[in-house]
Design a protein around this ligand. Structure first.
Ligand SMILES: Nc1ncnc2c1ncn2[C@@H]1O[C@H](COP(=O)(O)OP(=O)(O)OP(=O)(O)O)[C@@H](O)[C@H]1O
Ligand SMILES: [Mg+2]
Length: 394
């Protein structure tokens, strides 16, 4: 399952924004305040809305008046995502669109639609369609041979007008597109790694995936060591190559039944506990744990992975992000690092450009100059430094 396009209207600095043909590995560059974090936050917004409701999702972002584009206060916010998913043995392009507005100063879902084509021809069919808390979903979605009249519409009235229909219906397997989309958004992972939270001993609670802050790193390291020894060895050999002196890393059980990470330096007999190893050592280990995850997240967002890392390591790190995307997880990365960008294929690069408070996006592969220069052997990070990404530098 992959997101292929995002269309936004009046969502913060995205007054009228569209990004299409999104690759599995998508890297966004742009000056400070041009909307990189805001773009990734669309997934966070939808996840919050699914978990609770749109009122709460807006509230934690400052409320409707803060989220709607400045100057567009009386207008609706629109979010439209297109994704590919297999339904009844065929890959289909599904569109989810959401219109949020305010009625009597309360945010409401004015329209929510899931649609896709049933056959080769014809226009997309609405499998779910709700207006202000009332609507229908098709229950025999997989019966593509039926006529429109034969499809069974299940009418529903939601508890309130600020709840997403996919929240309730997405729980049922029979609503294929709704449950697929819901699970993609729920399993979305944003990495917000805090070195300080990764440090220290941890309760040995079971975990297979690194948490957003990385506070369960020791636990996941132990899981990979125990269940996927070959992967652990690979992570270890990368650590040895990249961080001078590191010869071994282990998650050690403490006497009080907790877990702590220990880093062995080949020069010394006793290992260092994680509190006393460097920030970059922790960060590199965290990325390796994240990117060599035996089961990649369907959707991963990472902001500025370059922080704390030595520039020459970023090339390989970028390749590891690309490999992660190849293994099935879609990856969105933002970066301020030319060294990182040097290892990113042109097809993956997008840049943001803000004018008069409103941001537009450009795609590197659509720029003839950039394409020709890359074909002639230039690297994107160097071209970025030289000003070839038009309008990106303030
Ligand atoms: N409702 C709104 N209407 C218009 N612009 C807004 C709105 N809300 C926020 N902004 C703008 O969006 C900016 C935030 O952008 P964002 O945090 O996504 O930038 P970024 O590209 O991640 O920057 P950085 O590189 O500094 O992390 C704010 O600084 C503000 O200028
Ligand atoms: Mg940001």
């Amino acid at each position: 399952m992959k997101i292929v396009s995002i269309k936004l209207k009046n969502y913060r600095l995205f007054e009228s924004f569209e990004i299409t043909n999104i690759p599995a590995f998508c890297v966004v560059i742009g000056a400070n305040g041009t909307g990189k974090s805001t773009l990734f936050d669309i997934f966070g917004f939808l996840r919050d809305a699914l978990k609770n409701n749109i009122r709460q999702a807006l509230q934690v972002r400052g409320g409707y008046k803060e989220v709607v584009t400045r100057g567009k206060e009386g207008e609706d916010i629109e979010i439209e995502l297109q994704f590919r998913m297999t339904i009844v043995n065929k890959e289909r392009l599904v569109t989810y669109s959401l219109i949020i507005g305010e009625i009597n100063n309360r945010p409401v879902v004015k329209r929510e639609i899931l649609r896709y084509k049933r056959g080769e021809h014809g226009s997309p069919y609405h499998f779910l369609d709700f207006k202000l808390g009332k609507g229908y979903a098709i229950t025999n979605e997989e019966n593509f041979d039926k006529t429109d009249e034969e499809l069974e519409r299940e009418k529903q009235e939601l508890e309130s007008q600020d709840i997403l229909a996919i929240k309730g219906l997405g729980q049922f397997q029979r609503f294929k597109a709704a449950s697929g989309f819901r699970s993609l958004i729920e399993n979305w992972h944003v990495s917000d790694f805090h070195i300080s939270e990764a440090r220290g001993s941890k309760d040995a609670l079971y975990a297979e995936h690194l948490s957003p802050t990385g506070d369960n790193m020791a636990v996941v390291a132990q899981y990979i060591y125990q269940e996927h020894r070959d992967i652990f060895e690979k992570i270890l050999s990368k650590m040895k190559e990249r961080v001078p002196g590191v010869s071994h890393v282990e998650a050690k059980n403490t006497e009080d039944g907790r877990l702590i990470l220990r880093f062995q330096d080949q020069a010394f007999k006793d290992p260092f506990i994680d509190r006393y190893v460097s920030d970059g050592t922790m960060k590199m280990f965290a990325y390796l744990i994240l990117l060599f995850d035996p089961k990649p997240h369907p959707l991963l967002c990472v902001e500025e992975p370059e922080n704390q890392l030595y520039p020459s390591l970023l090339r390989e790190l970028a390749e590891e992000f690309a490999n992660y995307a190849d293994r099935g997880g879609q990856v969105f990365v933002s970066t301020h690092s030319p060294d990182f960008l040097n290892a990113v294929p042109l097809e993956s690069i997008f840049w943001l450009n803000k004018k008069q408070g409103i941001t537009q996006i450009s795609r590197a592969v659509n720029d003839e100059n950039l394409k020709a220069l890359i074909e002639a052997g230039d690297l994107p990070g160097f071209l970025w430094n030289q000003g070839w990404f038009e309008g990106v530098t303030p």
